[in-house]
Design a protein around this ligand. Structure first.
Ligand code: FE2
Length: 309
């Protein structure tokens, strides 16, 4: 197990990257009224969940302030995935069944669904596909990261970055309308299937930045996430540039698995079809092994289906 983890940073941050960061932040500022605000309830929940001695009654009362959230928490607690011996009707009990991560997933999804995010960036896929992919990557990345890190704070950061890892793809057409159209045309005209990371490459070629960088700046500037969460959401396609690289690899590998099993919003031509075996000096630790990554992600499919049912 790694000791003394004090957050994830960039090992180097070039002048060009800093420039990109400022450009993306400025573009985000121009479309600020269209961006989803950080869900107020999520912010309050985070405060409650971070208290060492969790007060379940207070948490449940907070959940009840949003009837659609309370309904979703009860529905999830009674879903086949979690169903215990009997039907539950109290939010407290439902929370104890589903746990913190799933409460965050439901809360984020419900809040963002209310915002009516633009879907052009999904290139023909549905919002449902986007969230299914995002939640599977979040849960799978935490599962992978858990083998090395036991610290709850680190795992929470991995989870949030996993959930936001593709957010930039939703925002890209707003921020870079013409280059995005060009990128989409390029994807439509691709004639080879399943080139790993090709979505990231197409974005870089046409927009100058990939969608992950937009996700990272969004996490940092719009949602005021921690530096570690923002770095992970922004640089998961390049784990080698992140220090230490392992948690970024956890997100990257979970993303590759989700793409390869078709739980993905990306056009099929841009998906990774098969995970390669990584060298141990990559810093990917147990995530070097494709079978381990696949098992870590696939075990969460029933949960994600319950969350979205
Ligand atoms: Fe993804």
């Amino acid at each position: 197990m790694m000791d003394g983890f004090s957050g994830t940073n960039r090992s180097t941050s070039s002048v060009a990257e800093e420039h990109d960061r400022h450009v993306i932040a400025a573009e985000l500022g121009k479309v600020a009224s269209l961006l989803p605000p950080i869900p107020e309830i999520l912010f309050k929940l985070e405060r409650e969940l971070s208290i060492e001695y969790l007060n379940v009654n207070r948490l449940a009362n907070l959940i009840r302030t949003d009837p659609s959230l309370a309904g979703a928490v009860l529905k999830l607690g009674n879903s086949p995935f979690f169903r215990g011996a009997r039907q539950i009707t109290e939010v407290e009990e439902a929370f104890q069944r589903i746990g913190k991560d799933n409460l965050r997933s439901v809360t984020t999804m419900i809040a963002l669904a209310k915002h009516n995010l633009p879907t052009k960036g999904l290139m023909g896929s549905q919002m449902h596909d986007f969230w299914k992919h995002a939640m599977l990557v979040a849960a799978g990345a935490v599962q992978i990261a858990k083998t090395v890190h036991k610290d709850r704070e680190v795992l929470d950061q991995v989870w949030t970055a996993g959930l936001l890892h593709d957010m930039g793809a939703l925002l890209a057409p707003l921020l870079y309308p013409d280059p995005w159209n060009q990128a989409f045309r390029q994807i439509l005209s691709m004639d080879t299937d399943g080139v790993a990371d090709s979505m990231v490459q197409v974005y870089r070629m046409n927009l100058g930045v990939d969608h992950a960088r937009i996700s990272g700046v969004f996490a940092e500037k719009a949602w005021r996430m921690s530096p570690t969460t923002s770095v992970l959401a922004g640089y998961w396609p390049d784990p080698a540039t992140v220090d230490p690289p392992f948690v970024a690899w956890a997100i990257h590998r979970a993303d590759q698995v989700a793409q390869s099993i078709g739980i993905c919003w990306q056009p099929p031509k841009t998906r990774c079809l098969e995970l390669e075996i990584l060298e141990t000096d990559s810093g990917a630790g147990p995530a070097c092994d494709p079978a381990f990554c696949k098992a870590s992600v696939e075990r969460h499919i029933p949960l994600v289906e319950a969350l979205l049912s």
